[in-house]
Write a protein that binds this ligand. Structure first.
Ligand code: G6P
Length: 611
C-alpha cells in the first residue's frame, strides 16, 4: 500500500508522476519512488525513504525522463520503510508498483529463490515482479499475458502497475480487492490507485472491477475481465474538485474510513485464518503451547479507542482461551506499582505505535520481566520495534482523528489472537475454532449491508442533535462499545456523553434520566440480552428517550424504544464489530448535522506522543 500513479503517452512524464504522488500525499506514506523508461526501453528507478521531498532531491541529483513511467508512495506492510523496500521493484525486464497484500508471498519467494531468483527487498511485491519476468518466457507473449499468468499464482489483494524494458510503450495494470482506475488523455493514458493522482490532467475515468486487467498505450486503453476476454467498462466523467477527490467523494475522511472498514477487516484477516482447517496463523507472535500454558495472566495496555479494543479482548480471550486478562490504561499502569512477572504476557494496542503512555507502559512491563507483544497499525513504529512480537492490523493510513477503521481492525486482530490462544491452550476444539473464524469472516459482508443505507442515522441526527448529553449503556462485550460510542460522540460533536455498564445504571446514572437525556442502549440478542432489555425498560419507565441498537426483528425493543437501529444477526463473539458501526455512524451524522470539524476536532491530536 499506498498510492500508485502511472502514465504512458507522448510527453515526458517525470514531473507528472511526482506531482501525482503529491496529490496522494494525504494518504500517508513512509517512502516513495518513480520508474521511467526511455524510448530505447532503458528503465531508471529512483526511490527514497521518507517524504516526497527526499525523492525529489534524489531525482534532481540524477534526473532522467521518458514517456512511460510509474510512481508509488509506500505505506509499509511487509518489510520496514527503507529505500530498498520502496516501490517500484524491478526484476529482470519487469518493473512493478503494487498496493495490497500478497498472502502467499513467502511460499512463492521460496520457490523463486530455489529457481535462482535474487531478491533485493523484504517486500511481498518483489515476488510479483520476479513471477511476471519468469512467466514471460516466450517472445510471442506480451507483458499483459505474462502478468495474467503470474496473477494466477498469486493469492491476496492487489492494485498493480507494470512496465517493462522489452515493451516500453505499454503499461499493464491489474486490480483485485485494491482500488485501481485508468483514465483517458489525448494520445496518452493514465493509471492511478486514486482519482486525485491524475485529476489535473483528465476527467475521463474507468473504474476497474476486481479481476480486471488493462493495457494502456498512446492509442488508448484495452480492458480485460477476469476470464481474460476484452470487456467494455463505462467511461465516467468525474466532476469532483481535488479536495473531494481525496475523500473519494465522501464528505469527510472519517466517513470514507467508516466505509472502508469491510475491506480493511478482510485485509487484516487475509492469509491468517483458515475456516477449513480451523486454524489461525500468527507465526509473527512466536507463541507456542508451552509458553501459553505457563502464562499467569495477560495484561493489555492502551489509550483512547485502542483501550476499548483491549477491553473487548478481555471478553474474547477469557471466553475462548480461559486465560485471565487484565486491561490497563497505559497512563495508569506506568505510574503505579504493577504486578507483572516473567509469566505475564503484556500486549500493547496502538494504531500509531507511537503513543507516549502506551510506549512507556509496555517498556515498563518488559523491564518487569513480561513477554511483550503489540497490535499496531503503523509498521516499524516504535512500539512495534520494541516488543517481542507484533501483530499488524492492516487498516491502512487513518486520517480522521477519531479512530474508526483502526478500531475494527484491532477487534479483528484480537479475535484472531483469542482463537489462537484457545487452540494453543486446548480450550477450543477445531470445530469451535471453525465457527469463530467463520464468524469473523462473515463480518465484512454484514458491514457492507449495513452501509448500504444510512439514511436512518441522518433522521436520528435531526431529532437528537440538540441534546446536551447522551448516556450509552451496554453489558458484556457491548459495554466497551457503549464507552467507544460515547467517546466518538464527544470527540466529534462536542456533546457530552457517558458510556456505562448497563447493570450499573441503577447505582447512579438513573438519577439523570428524563426527556432531555437520550439513552443509547446496545442490546443485541446475546447471553446478556434479557438483562439489558430489563435496563431498557427501567429507562422507559422513567420517561427516558431510548435509541436501541439491537438485532433485526426484535419486537421487544420496538415496543420500548423511540428509535431502533437494527443490527444483522451474528454470533456474540463478533457482535462488537457490527454494533460499533452503528455508534460510529450515529456520532458521525450528529456531528455532521451540527457542522463541527469532523476530521480534525478541536483540541485533539491523531497521535499523542507526549505525556
Ligand atoms: C489519540 C487519538 C485517539 C486514539 C488514541 C490512542 O487520542 O485521538 O483516536 O485512540 O490517541 O492512539 P493509538 O495510536 O495509541 O491507538
Amino acid at each position: 500500500m499506498c498510492g500508485i500513479v502511472g502514465y504512458v503517452g507522448t510527453n515526458h512524464c517525470a514531473q507528472l508522476l511526482l506531482s501525482g504522488l503529491r496529490r496522494l500525499e494525504y494518504r500517508g506514506y513512509d517512502s516513495a519512488g518513480i520508474a521511467i523508461a526511455d524510448e530505447e526501453g532503458e528503465v531508471r528507478v529512483c526511490r527514497a525513504e521518507g517524504k516526497l521531498q527526499q525523492l525529489e532531491q534524489a531525482y534532481r541529483e540524477d534526473p532522467f525522463d521518458g514517456t512511460i513511467g510509474l510512481g508509488h508512495t509506500r505505506w509499509a506492510t511487509h518489510g520496514r520503510p527503507s529505500e530498498l523496500n520502496a516501490h517500484p521493484h524491478r526484476a529482470g525486464r519487469v518493473i512493478v508498483a503494487h498496493n495490497g497484500i500478497i498472502e502467499n508471498y513467502l511460499e512463492l519467494k521460496k520457490e523463486l529463490t530455489a529457481r535462482g531468483c535474487k531478491f533485493s527487498s523484504e517486500t511481498d511485491t518483489e515476488v510479483v515482479a520476479h513471477l511476471i519476468d519468469e512467466m514471460w518466457s516466450d517472445s510471442d507473449q506480451s507483458l499483459h499475458d505474462a502478468t495474467r499468468l503470474a496473477l494466477d499464482k498469486i493469492e491476496g489483494s492487489y492494485a498493480l502497475a507494470v512496465i517493462s524494458t522489452e515493451n516500453p510503450d505499454e503499461l499493464v495494470v491489474a486490480r483485485y480487492a485494491s482500488p485501481m482506475v485508468v483514465a483517458h488523455g489525448d494520445n496518452c493514458a493514465y493509471a492511478a490507485s486514486d482519482v486525485p493522482a491524475v485529476l489535473d490532467h483528465t476527467r475521463k475515468f474507468v473504474f476497474l472491477h476486481d479481476g480486471d486487467t488493462a493495457v494502456l498505450s498512446q492509442e488508448g486503453i484495452a480492458v480485460y475481465g477476469d476470464d481474460g476476454q476484452p470487456v467494455e467498462r463505462e467511461v465516467k466523467r468525474i466532476h469532483w474538485d481535488p479536495v473531494s477527490a481525496e475523500k473519494q467523494g465522501y464528505k469527510h475522511f472519517m466517513l470514507k474510513e467508516i466505509h472502508e472498514q469491510p475491506a480493511r477487516i478482510t485485509d487484516t484477516l487475509r492469509g491468517r485464518v483458515s475456516v477449513d482447517r480451523g486454524e489461525v496463523n500468527l507465526a509473527e507472535l512466536n507463541l507456542d503451547a508451552d509458553k501459553v500454558a505457563d502464562l499467569d495472566k495477560i495484561v493489555f495496555l492502551a489509550c483512547g479507542t485502542s483501550y476499548f479494543a483491549a477491553q473487548i479482548a478481555k471478553y474474547m480471550i477469557e471466553e475462548v482461551a480461559r486465560i485471565s486478562v487484565e486491561t490497563d490504561l497505559a497512563s495508569e499502569f506506568r505510574y503505579r506499582n504493577p504486578l507483572v512477572s516473567d509469566r505475564t504476557l503484556a500486549i500493547a494496542i496502538s494504531q500509531s505505535g507511537e503513543t507516549a503512555d502506551t510506549l512507556a507502559a509496555i517498556r515498563e512491563a518488559g523491564e518487569l520481566g513480561a513477554t511483550t507483544l503489540s497490535i499496531v497499525n503503523v509498521i516499524e513504529s516504535t512500539i512495534a520495534r520494541e516488543t517481542d512480537g507484533v501483530l499488524y492490523t492492516h487498516a491502512g493510513p487513518e486520517i480522521g482523528v477519531a479512530s474508526t477503521k483502526a478500531f475494527t481492525t484491532q477487534l479483528a486482530a484480537v479475535g484472531m489472537l483469542a482463537i489462537k490462544l484457545g487452540r494453543l491452550n486446548g480450550t477450543l476444539d477445531v470445530e469451535a475454532a471453525r465457527e469463530l473464524i467463520s464468524a469473523l469472516r462473515q463480518v465484512p459482508a454484514e458491514l457492507e449491508t449495513m452501509l448500504q443505507d444510512t439514511s436512518q442515522y441522518e433522521e436520528i441526527a435531526r431529532q437528537y442533535s440538540r441534546a446536551n448529553s447522551f448516556l450509552y449503556l451496554g453489558r458484556g462485550n457491548q459495554y466497551p462499545i457503549a464507552m467507544e460510542g460515547a467517546l466518538k460522540l464527544k470527540e466529534i460533536s462536542y456533546i457530552h456523553a457517558e458510556g456505562y455498564a448497563a447493570g450499573e445504571m441503577k447505582h447512579g446514572p438513573i438519577a439523570l434520566i428524563d426527556r432531555n437525556l437520550p439513552v443509547v442502549v446496545l442490546s443485541p440478542q446475546n447471553s446478556v440480552y434479557e438483562k439489558t432489555a430489563s435496563n431498557l425498560e427501567e429507562v422507559k419507565a422513567r420517561g427516558g428517550r431510548i435509541i436501541a441498537i439491537g438485532t433485526e426483528g426484535d419486537d421487544r425493543l420496538d415496543a420500548f424504544s423511540d428509535v431502533v437501529i437494527s443490527l444483522p444477526e451474528v454470533p456474540e463473539f463478533v457482535q462488537p464489530l457490527v454494533s460499533v458501526l452503528a455508534v460510529q455512524l450515529l456520532a458521525y451524522h450528529i456531528a455532521d448535522f451540527k457542522g463541527t470539524d469532523v476530521d480534525q476536532p478541536r483540541n485533539l491530536a491523531k497521535s499523542v506522543t507526549v505525556e
